[in-house]
Design a protein around this ligand. Structure first.
Ligand code: ADP
Ligand code: MG
Length: 267
């Protein structure tokens, strides 16, 4: 039965369970997770360490199969594997960029793999690098950049594929606080300019509340959704103005309590 919410959903996660079948037997990591992502919406996925955030993101990216075939749908169609229109930015940018390729070469890589002709791939890579503030640095190599700038390259690589959905797993976990705020603002800029949907996994509650339209709070593993919090701040958001709003503090307090003292309640 299609609800009115499902009609406006781009991504539907319904009763998502994920069992790892490893050398030491079966391990239920995620148990009946439900949420959706609407067009042009940013969802922050938070929860205790080991809750299954990365596991859920890998399933949406089509890199891991959920227990139920139909539990993740994009545009109403079940995800069967890596899907055009879905880009992923991983946490560990130092391993995801190839040191011997230029920035342009790194960004072109997935485009070439998709069969995009060289000239077109080059043009799109240049545009994507400019979009993340690295215009003019096409011929640089990753090792010439700071960690924050390397993560911008990884974001450019995701954007160059013209995604409708961008998945980010703890993208700014290993950069300093100032750089992190700049990168957060880059994510908001990308969301607004490209009108895409974004799921950001983060363990930083403040970051989640600053970035998100809705925060999905997970329980401990095997995780369920503890709560979905609406974040309705005025836009465009700025670090200085948004973080001091009384509502910011209120939502942050609720999310923090749910993550630090996970209860058994479900939505
Ligand atoms: N490849 C794997 N094989 C077996 N268990 C795994 C594997 N990857 C993760 N897990 C387990 O699944 C649970 C969720 O892990 P993960 O998704 O990495 O959590 P998070 O990203 O929220 O920290 C944890 O209990 C973890 O130990
Ligand atoms: Mg993780």
């Amino acid at each position: 039965m299609a609800s009115s919410a499902s009609r406006t959903s781009l991504v539907e996660v319904s009763d998502l369970s994920i069992t790892y079948d490893g050398r030491f037997g079966k391990h239920l990591a995620v148990s009946g997770v439900n949420f959706d992502v609407r067009p042009e919406e940013l969802i922050a996925l938070v929860g205790p360490s080991g809750a299954g955030k990365t596991t859920i993101l890998r399933c949406i990216a089509g890199l891991l199969s959920p227990d139920g075939e139909d539990s993740i749908k994009v545009d109403g169609k079940p995800i069967k594997g890596p899907t055009e229109g879905i880009s992923v930015v991983f946490q560990d940018y130092s391993r995801s960029l190839l040191a011997w390729l230029t920035l342009q070469g790194n960004v072109m890589l997935p485009l070439r793999a998709q069969g995009v002709p060289r000239a077109e791939a080059k043009k799109r890579a240049r545009e994507a690098l400019a979009d993340v503030g690295l215009g003019g640095k096409e011929t640089w190599h990753p090792w010439q950049l700071s960690g924050g700038m390397q993560q911008r390259v990884a974001i450019a690589r995701g954007l160059a594929c013209n995604p409708r959905i961008l998945l980010m797993d703890e993208p700014f976990a290993s950069v300093d606080a100032q750089t992190r705020m700049d990168l957060e603002d880059l994510v908001l800029k990308i969301k607004n300019e490209f009108k895409i949907s974004i799921i950001v996994v983060t363990h930083d509650i403040d970051e989640a509340v600053y970035l998100a339209d809705r925060v999905v709070v997970l329980s401990k593993s095997p995780s369920t959704v503890s709560r979905i919090l609406d974040v309705d701040f005025p836009t465009p958001r700025t670090q200085e103005e948004t973080r001091v709003l009384p509502e910011f503090g209120e939502i942050r307090a609720v999310a923090l309590d749910l993550v630090r003292h996970p209860k058994t309640e479900t939505v």
